[in-house]
Design a protein around this ligand. Sequence first.
Ligand code: ADP
Ligand code: ZN
Length: 216
Amino acid sequence: MNIILLGPPGAGKGTQARRLVEDRGMVQLSTGDMLRAARSSGTEMGRRVAAIMDAGELVTDEIVIGLIEEQLQTSRGGGFIFDGFPRTLGQADALGDLLAANGAMLDAVIEMQVDDAALVARIVARSTCGDCGEVYNDQTKPIPADGRCTNCGGATFNRRADDNADALTTRLMEYYKKTSPLLGYYYAKGDLVSVDGLGEIETVAGAIAEALAARS
Ligand code: ADP
Ligand code: ZN
């Protein structure tokens, strides 16, 4: 199965993608993670996109489509989860073409619905494990008292440079202007399934599992 997780920043796409990887052996393709990796490894592309990302704007279609194309050629597994991609109509068209060229198709686009006030609250409270990427939240899933990641035992935790109120406003605006039209695009294609992303991680995971079962 190949699926897209679609929703505004902070909707919980990354968290649910990690669940799907664990439970089903799917392969997570997160353009945000790929871009952050490119930054920390100091590549030319990483340097080019750093300021754009920190401001909360979208990097060019060309760059992210290139990243996805590369991954589609090298990764194998129980299907792909596209997390944070596509974010524009141009990216959506390109993904359709790339999948078709690989003899594959999209099985479902899962929209994770979360209201805007909840997004802001979630994002400013967010941190991730520096070793494994496990996501923590000051309110709902705090870093354990012993300072060790529950998943891997790591002891470094990071806050993203773009998880601040200013960049977040831009990220939300980019989402509404450029990404939210994809909801109509995939609805018209008959691929869209919407789930309530506001509940507990387990509840949302259950809703996604149900949605996928109904489509397979
Ligand atoms: P979010 O929590 O907002 O979903 P991501 O980790 O997916 O964040 O992405 C972080 C940043 O990386 C975005 O704000 C944007 O600058 C860049 N980015 C990630 N994916 C894309 C994409 N598909 N197209 C353009 N820019 C992207
Ligand atoms: Zn960890």
